[in-house]
Design a protein around this ligand. Sequence first.
Ligand code: C2O
Ligand code: CU
Ligand code: CU
Length: 505
Amino acid sequence: MLKKFVDPLSIMETIHPTCLMQHKPYYEVTMQETFQKLHRDLPPTKVWGYNGQYPGPTFHVQRHQPVHVLWKNELPRHHFLPIDTTVHGAEKSNPEVRTVVHLHGGVTPDTSDGYPEAWFTRDFEKAGPYFTNKMYTYPNHQPATNLWYHDHAMGITRLNIYAGLAGMYVVHDHEEARLNLPSEPYDIPLIIQDRSFHEDGSLFYPSEPDQPVTVPHPPVVPEFFGDTILVNGKVWPYFNVEPRRYRFRILNGSNTRFYQLSLSNGTPFIQIGTDQGLLETPIRVPSLVLAPAERADVIVDFSNCEGQSIVMRNAFITQGEKPDPETTGSVMQFRVSKPLTCPDTSSIPAHLSSVPKLTHYQRTRTLKLNMRKDSYGRDIHLLDDRLWSDPVTETPKLGQTEIWNLVNVTEATHPIHLHLVRFQILDRQPFDRKRFEDHGEIVAAGPRVLPELNERGWKDTVRARAGEVTRIIMPFGPYPGLYVWHCHILEHEDYEMMRPYVVIR
Ligand code: C2O
Ligand code: CU
Ligand code: CU
């Protein structure tokens, strides 16, 4: 077992534009294979990184300042992780290594959104059927928040992200700058991911079926849980901090694993933001649940913790078990060992931002999250019982607001994400499972429960729990076009729990 808290936390470097193009910052990012030290006692691990870094460099952009990014692929032609060629988009007839970059949570025109079938290969030699342009433009007309960019290639997203293709993208604005929140160097992104390793340091990803049935080899697995937790690409790191307030922009960048984070000395997180920006008021949370792709912007006040070593723990029950504090129950360690370099003049204002409640809407859709068997007898997760290749059924009109009732008839929580839009969670309500199984009817079996206090802001990913109807409300726009919505458990997303949708004029 790898020793915990022996590597210092690393902080991703900030990427700078190479030049201005039509007065806009222009960035170039190259996906490359590289070997990186992920733990003191592990030989360097083969990873795929943006600009050869895992996680990729952090973007810092200003609201209303559009940027161009040229994403280039210089990866090898063969994948080092097991591809299931029976998965849609990953067929033998397609190149093995395909990439396309999505800015998660970005309000982006569809030609720059990273549609899964707009993939391209090394040096743009080959491209998917929906590929239109090499250079992407991000308008950045959205409030300050923490986005992330990651690979989204059809049928192999789980493998490409697992290989290392993910990074942070921070939007700044004046409204937030005025708040006097802790700022650099006390403002730190934390990307939490789980991984497993072979003895030689290489990444382990299952390539054997876990079911005693005849399935393709290697198979797509229904979920993946690593036995080791990494933060910013280091296994169980430690971080030396000063006795003052820090801002942590936390992202769950894992394939399947959910986290329930807390600090071992009982210090609460003061949550100030969600996926899509600032909350109205700071919320004190003793523990913080994050599903894959969810973000939490938090302040932690170490000012009364001088000399302490504090472990960030994870208590999320996974596969029916509480995580072992010796392994996946630990995330990282904070050592309040540094002297105060200057007085902490930051503040946490009582009012952060306004989040006007959405009430008016033009249309409601009821969409099931369900399961079926594939032709090999494997479980296949679906959105409203439809495959990726079925005709588009969700066609909201540009500028209209809709409520989506996500009816989860499966056994698991699914973090549902829509591209382009931000939404508010209205409520969650249990339904009568038996009635559904017998008659296919959705009948309430309890009251509607409002979202948690720290979910009452703008979101782009929502936990839709089993046996519940989760209602979300969102205006569609400001761009028309072809987008996707999906479960963000990457093993589900890759294997049919993703659907195209079109915002029509
Ligand atoms: Cu985080 Cu469709 O993506
Ligand atoms: Cu997205
Ligand atoms: Cu799912």
